[in-house]
Design a protein around this ligand. Structure first.
Ligand SMILES: [Zn+2]
Length: 238
């Protein structure tokens, strides 16, 4: 018997007649385990996606097998469309490759995101995108153009977003493509979220709907292209 561990169920696939293979995200990283009798019986509802569980495993020839399991928290929102947002951060974590890293930061970010998602889905998914990129070292500072590196304030009416935030013209020169225009309010929110302390977050102010849609679209596209992944759950949120 191994030690008690805590983690989020981020993926599950059917296995044999009545078992499932779960991917669980812990502070030490992702692990795959077999949950026997997972499709029926009293265990079944403990194993929903996004559940925060405490569990123990035993070694087997193949994947480790879950023995005890108990619920610490469950994050399912109401039955409307907003509940689909939950699948997005789970899919991101299941698809980004990180080997032998301490995952405490990303673990706390997932917990923070799932705990707050009911308040404002567009805002907290954007925050999840931006902090994930930041922790991976994939984020520019949004103060300077990511192509020419000169300050963005010089020509604030003409900001373009593609692989980052740039001047209009710089994107065309570098990539032969025009990015989408993005408003200065959205850029300010990007900077604010990037620097936000998750232990003392202040996000209770009003944000315009157009800014929320812009930051969600930009941060989701940036995350996909930076990690070179395709996210199916993107269709639920955009
Ligand atoms: Zn530039």
């Amino acid at each position: 018997m191994q030690n008690l561990e805590n983690g989020f169920i981020i993926k599950q696939v059917d296995f044999k007649d009545n078992d499932k293979i779960l991917t669980i995200f812990t502070k030490k990283g992702k692990l795959s385990v077999i949950a026997k009798g997972a499709k029926s019986g009293k265990r079944a509802n403990l194993l929903d996606l996004a559940n925060y569980i405490e569990f123990q495993t035993i070694k087997s020839k193949g994947l480790d097998i879950i023995t005890t399991i108990s619920m610490r928290n469950s994050f399912h929102l109401s039955k409307d469309k907003s509940s689909l947002y939950i699948f997005y951060p789970l899919e991101v974590i299941s698809k980004i490759d990180r080997v032998d890293q301490d995952e405490s930061q990303l673990f706390d970010l997932l917990n923070f995101t799932l705990s707050n998602l009911y308040k404002n889905q567009d805002l907290y998914i954007s925050l999840f995108n931006i902090k994930t990129l930041l922790y991976e070292g994939l984020l520019s500072d949004f103060t300077n153009c990511f192509v020419c590196l000169k300050p963005l304030e010089v020509d604030i009416q003409n900001i373009s977003s593609m692989m980052g935030i740039s001047h209009f013209g710089c994107d065309l020169r570098e990539y032969n493509v025009r990015g989408y225009p993005i408003s200065i309010d959205t850029v300010k929110l990007l900077r604010y979220i990037k620097d936000l302390d998750l232990k003392a977050p202040h996000l209770g102010f009003d944000i315009k709907e157009t800014v929320l849609k812009e930051i969600l679209l930009f941060s989701t596209n940036l995350l996909e292209s930076s990690f070179d992944i395709k996210l199916l759950s993107k269709n639920y949120i955009l």
